[in-house]
Design a protein around this ligand. Structure first.
Ligand code: ZN
Length: 616
């Protein structure tokens, strides 16, 4: 008996030494592997469509959000949590999807959204056991994508099936993941007839959310240090509720042990299209005098400054000159148009520059001309046409989808226009535009000519209008969660989101400050800089995070500081406390126990910044 006790004490000591020397093993990589089945409709793996089963035409309004894969991509992008996508309809999953060439984990957590009944490549699901049990990589599995026995065994549950219910999702007990969330999770004022409920039997998992007595979110800790979370329910519906999205973010935080992230509550973009474009001088139903410097100053710059707001101006730098029958740099002309209205585009430009200098405007790209590249062939020509015939057709005033001829715009022509617009805007206003909003929502949708894909390749970081994140990795067609923690609200500047409204009813612009009294107005360059920042943790024994800002997408931070949220989960906090946080070598927070979410300020400057958590 005596010997046994001392032996077990010895074992405890060894374990303690092992734990402290292998502390780095507890700091999992800050990266998610998002594993999907056949939800990615683009076989080339670039364009992510928010709206599934809809073939968007140039002007079609998307109907419902139902592709939960796209919602996951949007959430991870907007939270700035780095991730890889693994699509099992094309990829053969092996352990190298999750570990690096040094044999160490490359990701901290797998989000499993692959339905094993979908059309997939032959898969060996046992790889998941290796990742979770041998490498300590955590697993978050969604909804009913848990039919493989190995997935169920890792989660500690047994899958039984899915049936409908109208019961709400209620919190059960206390857990880091659900702490502070509202109960029920899926409260809505609208009546819900029924929703999906996945039924499982608990084997080794603990329920933290139940739906009428049935577990819908479960957690489990494995001996490898991995955490396994199952989030049941209808996931696309769950993510339409703020607590459902926050639950997922906190699940990622708990699974990895920490997260460095952004949220966007009370933020908004104020957007106006068209200053300087030619259509106002030619199109009968869209006809008005271009804004003058005085009008811009009095009705926009002054109220914007008073309300500490910024207006995102989508501008075209090219002007279709009817006399010369060619495109020329915009803002050169003063003339009386054929409707008898005096147009002074030089004055518009002076006003735009004044707004830029006052930091009241952010100029972004609205395409090159807002007009068809081909203005001379049938059913035209548009040049020299009568005001009440071809010129009155709105299809001529779309640039990236040929809505006059019901055709697409060829890829090379579209790309040239996207890049030339950037160059000309830089020349005219000294700005690098990172957001691209195609004029009138005219777009091309085939893979080859896809406007969003081409805009991403042209270096844009955001697609205004009907798309969202654009980058070298992917382009999201559509967006979601406007006006929540997951995305700033997008507000069309009153009265109509265009300069036309200001030309006709300038007094109505002020409405926006009454309608949105409590929002903080932000530009798109700031959002793009965050969502394109490189975020990682440095490999090694320390708990060190890095954010890096490149010259192209993140230039906003060249002279401005940035702010990040750091959240450490309870189990990692226990191992860390108390700790000091330094940024670029300077102490920013002393003696924290990580019981609260921390705000980390990163000083201005491009390149790499280091956030170091030092244990006392
Ligand atoms: Zn427009």
């Amino acid at each position: 008996m005596e010997t046994f006790v001392s032996k077990s004490k010895f074992v405890v000591l060894i374990v303690a030494i092992f734990l402290s020397s292998s502390f780095a093993a507890e700091v999992k990589p800050f990266k998610v592997a998002l594993v999907i089945g056949d939800q990615w409709e683009d076989p080339a793996g670039f364009v992510v469509d928010v709206y599934r089963h809809i073939k968007p035409k140039a002007s079609a309004e998307p109907a419902v959000i139902k592709n939960e894969f796209a919602l996951l991509v949007i959430m991870l992008k907007t939270w700035c949590i780095p991730f890889d996508i693994i699509r099992l309809d094309q990829e053969f999953m092996d352990i190298n999807r999750f570990i690096g060439p040094d044999g160490r984990p490359d990701v901290g957590c797998i989000i499993w959204d692959a339905d094993q009944t979908a059309e997939l490549q032959p898969q060996r699901y046992d790889v998941l056991r290796q990742a979770v049990c041998d490498h300590g990589i955590s697993l978050i599995a969604l909804s009913d994508r848990i039919k493989e026995p190995v997935i169920q065994s890792l989660l500690g549950i047994k899958y039984e099936g899915s049936w409908q219910t109208n019961r709400s999702l209620n919190l059960e007990g206390e857990h880091f993941i659900t702490s502070g969330l509202s109960d029920p999770l899926d409260y809505t004022e609208q009546s819900v007839e029924f929703k999906k409920r996945v039924q499982v039997e608990l084997i080794e998992a603990e329920p933290i959310v139940k739906q009428g007595g049935y577990p819908q979110v479960t957690v489990r800790e494995l001996p490898s240090g991995a955490r396994a979370v199952w989030i049941g329910s209808n996931i696309d519906r769950l993510f339409s509720y703020q607590p459902g999205r926050t639950l997922l973010r906190r699940a990622v935080t708990w699974a990895i042990g920490y997260s460095l992230f952004k949220t966007w509550e009370n933020k908004a973009w104020l957007i106006m299209d068209d200053p300087g474009t030619a259509q106002n001088a030619w199109l009968e139903h869209w006809h008005y005098p271009t804004l003058t410097e005085r009008k811009i100053d009095e009705h926009l710059i002054k109220p914007l400054k008073e309300h500490n707001a910024i207006l995102i101006m989508n501008v075209c730098p090219g002007f279709v000159n009817d006399e010369l029958k060619c495109v020329e740099p915009a803002f050169q002309r003063k003339f009386t148009d054929e409707f008898g209205v005096y147009q002074d585009y030089q004055s518009t430009k002076r006003g735009l520059i004044k707004g830029l200098e006052a930091s009241a405007f952010e100029i972004q790209c609205h395409g090159l001309t807002h007009m068809q590249p081909d203005l001379w062939s049938p059913p035209g020509p548009w040049y020299d046409a009568d005001l009440d015939r071809e010129r009155a057709e709105v299809g001529w005033y779309r640039e990236f989808g040929d809505t006059r001829r019901d055709k697409e715009i060829p890829a090379a022509e579209a790309s040239w226009r996207m890049k030339t617009a950037q160059r000309w805007l830089r020349h005219q206003f000294g700005v690098n535009t990172l957001s691209f909003r195609p004029g009138g929502g005219g777009v091309s949708t085939s893979f080859t000519n896809c406007t969003e894909r081409l805009a991403a390749l042209a270096g844009y970081g955001w697609g205004g209008g009907r798309s969202g994140y654009l980058g070298p990795d992917l382009a999201i067609r559509g967006w979601a969660f406007y006006g929540t923690m997951e995305s700033p609200l997008s507000v069309a500047a009153p009265p109509d989101g265009h300069d036309k409204g200001i030309a006709e009813h300038p007094e109505q612009f002020l409405r926006v400050f009454e309608e949105h009294p409590n929002v903080e107005w932000m530009g798109l360059n700031e959002y793009i800089a965050y969502t394109h920042a490189g975020v990682s943790n440095a490999p090694g024994k320390d708990f060190t995070l890095q954010v890096s800002y490149d010259l192209h997408y993140c230039r906003y931070f060249e002279e401005r500081l940035s702010q990040w949220n750091l959240m450490v989960s309870d189990w990692l906090a226990q191992k860390l406390k108390p700790a000091t946080v330094t940024v670029d070598g300077k102490t920013v927070i002393e003696n924290t126990d990580f019981s609260k979410q921390l705000q980390i300020e990163v000083p201005a400057g491009l390149g790499k910044h280091t956030i170091h958590i030092r244990q006392k």
